[in-house]
Design a binder for this molecule. Structure first.
Ligand SMILES: C[S@@+](CC[C@H](N)C(=O)[O-])C[C@H]1O[C@@H](n2cnc3c(N)ncnc32)[C@H](O)[C@@H]1O
Length: 308
């Protein structure tokens, strides 16, 4: 399958527009511009007098966003599309001469085409190199990690990133197999995980593929996804204008917990008001139409004027 030809359907569009609510003339940062689905809606809402900054680590997705954002006749804002990790938000804003912005939005994780492209090694359904980097400038691949980390390090990485309860068995099996040669492909890893957990009656009761959590844990480690999120959340209150909004869509509970806690901490410090008391979930109609949306949770907070 060629992941390059697969479209990515943006999730929670109506809900994002309702709670993040970009207005004409505002400055919006889409920190994960992807295929530009949300960004196009932002661009239409802020109009000609607005400014949109779209970031992504994947140059292929930036090109897709470019095609979507510059397509068709509409009152287009000033648009900058920049290859950058959102953990560098402040450096990017400094380079554009922007002290503060009105919206910071992040739709975390990967786009559908990235997930399904076997050459990226993110999918366990097809064979490919065990790579998993969203940004090909990163030096370490998933293969580097599984071949270099100690058994304890691997077990902790898998457990803490995905709560995989068979993490010890999986780490042990990885270390046994790699004694016979380097682990290089996704299907090698799938076989290792299945042989490590396959005999367990619990694993057969699981609804998800036995390798799902191990793949998620490695992807998070290779791309330092929790570190990136923490850096973005840390920078946001320094860069949001009074009344500015931060919106984050998370796809797994670990990320959502971090976002929830960050917003609560800043609320206690009087820097944020929380706009979504509970996380916003997709409607059943959206979940049916786009099963990938099922685990999405949107949280939005508003910057007060304290400390500005
Ligand atoms: C779920 S997709 C976003 C889809 C987008 N909202 C749309 O409507 O098309 C996530 C995107 O974020 C990018 N990404 C992931 N981590 C990133 C990071 N730390 N900095 C910048 N981009 C990142 C991925 O490359 C991917 O294109």
């Amino acid at each position: 399958m060629d992941g390059r030809t697969i479209a990515h359907e943006p999730v929670l569009c109506g809900e994002v527009m309702e709670f993040v609510a970009p207005r004409p003339g505002e400055v919006v940062v889409d920190a994960t511009v992807g295929h530009g689905g949300h960004a196009r809606l932002f661009a239409q809402a802020i109009g000609e007098s607005g400014r949109l900054i779209g970031l992504d680590v994947d140059p292929g997705n930036l090109e897709r966003a470019r095609a979507r954002l510059f397509d068709g006749a509409y009152a287009r804002p000033h648009i900058d599309l920049i290859r950058a990790n959102f953990r560098e938000l402040e450096t990017v804003l400094d380079s554009l001469g922007l002290a503060r912005v009105d919206v910071i939005f992040a739709d975390l994780g990967v786009s559908t085409d990235q997930l399904l492209d076997p050459t990226r090694g993110l999918t366990f359904t097809e064979d490919g190199p065990l790579d998993m980097r969203l940004d090909d400038r990163l030096e370490e691949t998933a293969s580097d990690l599984v071949n270099a980390l100690s058994e304890n390090e691997l077990s902790d990485l898998i457990f803490f990133n995905s709560q995989e309860r068979f993490s010890r068995r999986i780490a042990k099996r990885i270390c046994e197999v790699r004694r016979n040669g380097r682990i290089r492909t996704t299907q090698q890893l799938v076989r290792i995980v299945c042989s490590a957990v396959g005999s367990s009656p619990e694993s057969r009761r699981e609804k998800i593929h036995p390798a799902t959590r191990t793949f998620l844990a490695l992807r998070m480690a290779v791309n330092d996804e929790m570190g990136n999120l923490a850096a973005l959340l840390e920078a946001a209150p320094r860069r949001l204008a009074p009344g500015g909004r931060i919106g984050v869509i998370a796809f797994h509970s670990g990320e959502d917990r971090v976002v929830k806690q960050d917003f609560l901490d800043r609320k206690r410090a009087a820097l944020y008001e929380i706009a979504t008391k509970k996380p916003i979930r997709p409607s059943s109609e959206e979940m049916q139409r786009n099963p990938r949306s099922r685990s999405a949770k949107l949280r939005v907070a508003r910057r007060t004027d304290v400390g500005i």
